[in-house]
Design a protein around this ligand. Sequence first.
Ligand code: UFG
Length: 350
Amino acid sequence: MKVLVTGGAGYIGSHAAQRLLADGHSVVVVDNLSRGHARAVQRLREHARNGDRLGFQHLDIRATDTIETLIREHRIDTVMHFAALTYVGESVEKPLDYYENNTAGSLSLLRACERSWSHAHGGVRRFVFSSTAATYGEPPADRVPIREDCPQNPINPYGASKLMVERMLRDSVAAAARSGSDFAAACLRYFNVAGADHTGLIGEDHDPETHLIPIAIQAAMGKRPGMTIFGEDYPTSDGTCVRDYVHVEDLADAHVTVMQKMTTGTCVAYNLGIGRGYSVKEVIAAVERVTAKPIPVRIGQRRAGDPPVLFADPAKIRAELGWSASWTDLERIISTAWEWMRRNPEGYGR
Ligand code: UFG
C-alpha cells in the first residue's frame, strides 16, 4: 500500500513508518517538526529495511491543498494519522492549540482525503486514526477494564480534541458510503505507549519529558536528581495510579493489522492495551531492576486530571482481528526504552 504517515517523525509515527517499510509498503511522512525529529526519519531512510521507499515532506497537515497534491502525486491509498499535540497538562493551559492542531488539523487532512476521491487513482480509501484512552475521561470503577462501548466523556481538552475527530470520521465514512465513495476509518484508542524499537534505531524523545517510564529511567541514569510520585492516596492496592503499558512495536503491529482488514463503509474503534495494569510504584521498581540502579523518589501531590485506574479490555480487537500485544512483560518493555536511552542519552540530539 502507499501510506501517508502524518507525524511520522514523532515517537509512535516513526515506529509505524518503520514497520510499514519492513512490510514492503511505500511511506510518505508528513511532519511539521514542531515536536518530531527529522533525524528519526533520516535514520529510517539510512538504516531501515526498504528505507529507500520512505519520503519526507516538512509540512503541516493544515495545508489542505498541498496535502491533496501530495496524495495525488504519490497515489496515496491509506492515511495513518499520528500528527498531534499530546500533553494532557499543556492542553489544559492552551486548549485552543489542541483544538487547532488536533481537531482543525484533522479536519484539513480529512478534507484533502475527501477531495482525493475524485482523483484518477481513487484517492484515500483507508484512514487509521491515533485516538486515545483519554477520550474515556474518568470511567466509573465498574467500567474498568475499559471496553470500547464505555461512555466517552473526556476530562481535558486533549481527550476532547481527539474525540471530535472520531466523530468527524464516523460522519465522513457514512457520507462517503452514501455517495458511493470507497472509504473506511479506524480509531485506535491507545493506553500508555512505552518502549522503543528493539533494534535501537529509533525511540522516544520528548522535550519536556512528562511520561513515567522515561522519567524514571532518566532518574536512574542520574540525568535528573530524582522523581516525584504524583499521589499515594488513590484507591488502589499501593495508593498509586494504575496504567496499561503497551509496547510501541505492538502498537505499530496493530496499525498494520487494522489497515489490512478494513471494510469499506465502516468506522471501527479498538482499544490498544495489554489488558492489565501496573501501579506507578510497580513501574518504578521495575525500572530499578532493569537498570540495576536506585531511583530517588519523593511523594508529591496528585496531578490534576489523573484517573486512579485505567486499563484496557482488549478483547474486541483480539476477537475481530486476531491482534493481541506480544510484549506483555513490563520489564521487557522497559528494557527496550532503557536500551534506547542508554545508547542515545541525548535522544536524537538538539
Ligand atoms: N507519574 C508520576 N510521576 C511522574 C510522571 C508520571 O507519578 O513524574 C504518574 C502519573 O501521575 C500517572 C502515571 O504515572 O499516574 C502515568 O503517567 P504518564 O504521564 O506516563 O501517562 P498518562 O497516563 O498521564 O497519559 C498517557 C498519555 C496520554 C494518554 C493516556 C491514556 O500520555 O496521551 O496515557 O491512558 F491519553
